[in-house]
Write a protein that binds this ligand. Sequence first.
Ligand SMILES: Nc1nc2c(c(=O)[nH]1)N[C@H]1C(S)=C(S)[C@@H](COP(=O)(O)OP(=O)(O)OC[C@H]3O[C@@H](n4cnc5c(N)ncnc54)[C@H](O)[C@@H]3O)O[C@H]1N2
Ligand code: MOO
Length: 406
Amino acid sequence: MRSVDEHLKLCLKNLGPLPAVEVLLSEAAGCVLAQDIVSGIDMPRFDNSSMDGYAVRAAEVASATAGSPVNLPVLGDIPAGRGDALELEPGTTLRIMTGAPVPAGADSVVQVEWTDGGVRQVRIDRPVPPGRNIRRSGEDVREGETVLTAGTWLTARHVTLAASVGIDRLTVHPRPRVVVLPSGSELVPPGKPLQPGQIHDSNGYGLLAAAQAAGAVARHGGIMPDTPEAVGSMLEAAAAEADLLITTGGVSAGAYDTVKAVLRELGTMEFVQVAMQPGKPQGFGTIGPRSTPLFTLPGNPVSALLSFEVFVAPALRRLAGRPDLDRSTPTATVVEGWRSPAARRQFARCLLTVTAAGPTVRPVGGQGSHLVADLAGANCLVIVPEDVTQVSEGDELPYIVLESGS
Ligand SMILES: Nc1nc2c(c(=O)[nH]1)N[C@H]1C(S)=C(S)[C@@H](COP(=O)(O)OP(=O)(O)OC[C@H]3O[C@@H](n4cnc5c(N)ncnc54)[C@H](O)[C@@H]3O)O[C@H]1N2
Ligand code: MOO
């Protein structure tokens, strides 16, 4: 049997970031930047007030106290957005709003709470040192400064920065387009009644959700019945539109394992047994004129979702150009033991609880590959090494947080 690490390495071997495209800033979140972004402006653009209040010369209000306030005439208002060049005349003040340009001659702003809020004349009860409540031009970003570098996985924080410096289009590696194709003549979409022998397709929807959570643009490509013609044509059609395909089912040792049979002819596929539990039967290769990568995941629903976490999620990250390929694997203390198969890496469904003493894990229900209710109750996968057959209370083991995206 092939090791998990070896299979992952082979799956990722020929995968690289998708060719860069230009997108609107409104569509950039979740994509990886393919260019450096240089600011064409200083930020803040101009000295501006961080408070609603009064622009003053600090020296003129230095003696102000509640008992002996300083009174100044208010010669006008500066709302945010006012752009004309204003000068503060000595012995006067201008009412100023947060974000408004500080007038020439002013070196400080008294916040309105320290005054009587006067409109024509204002009483100032407290002094301010020079520079108080002024946000200086360029203190955040300098014109010509590189604010974002190629390879950044764009989140709301980066989009905010790009917008602030006026960028409306970005060159990015696009989100991978994924088509999920469950296979099996026993499958019926949820919402449709079940006839004897039939079950609802859960893999199609679960993997769709997993791919979307991993940042892909994913769609359900329909259930493939166990006929070679249907499997062949559905796979070829999906390969023409997708950057990555996922099938489930039909790849183990069954007499009707059609996916495996068709792909032996159609793609450059390799079907192997991987030393893991669950998820032993795995297939990976490429299909179609664009050599679209294709993962054939095992049909058992738990196996399919876990295989996605272990193999497909890293592949999607690589196609997306994500710099962070490896999931983080912190460790937790086991509070209730369980058994693990010999010579296989077990991905045990567990409940992670963070206590004052640190993170702890306990198994959730059984480890059978069909137990989807137990899977739904788990929030992490504890990784049990190949040479461990008994996990005991007190063991420290690594885990992956499910659906954390990290
Ligand atoms: N003789 C052997 N039999 C099996 C072996 C083996 O090594 N020798 N391996 C077992 C393991 S482990 C797994 S995992 C499964 C994988 O089988 P397939 O990938 O071929 O999947 P199917 O046989 O089509 O289905 C397995 C199971 O999952 C259900 N299923 C399939 N698709 C869906 C779906 N979209 N939604 C919900 N449930 C689905 C299907 O009805 C079966 O119950 O093979 C073992 N057998
Ligand atoms: O490997 Mo299967 O995926 O154990 O159920």
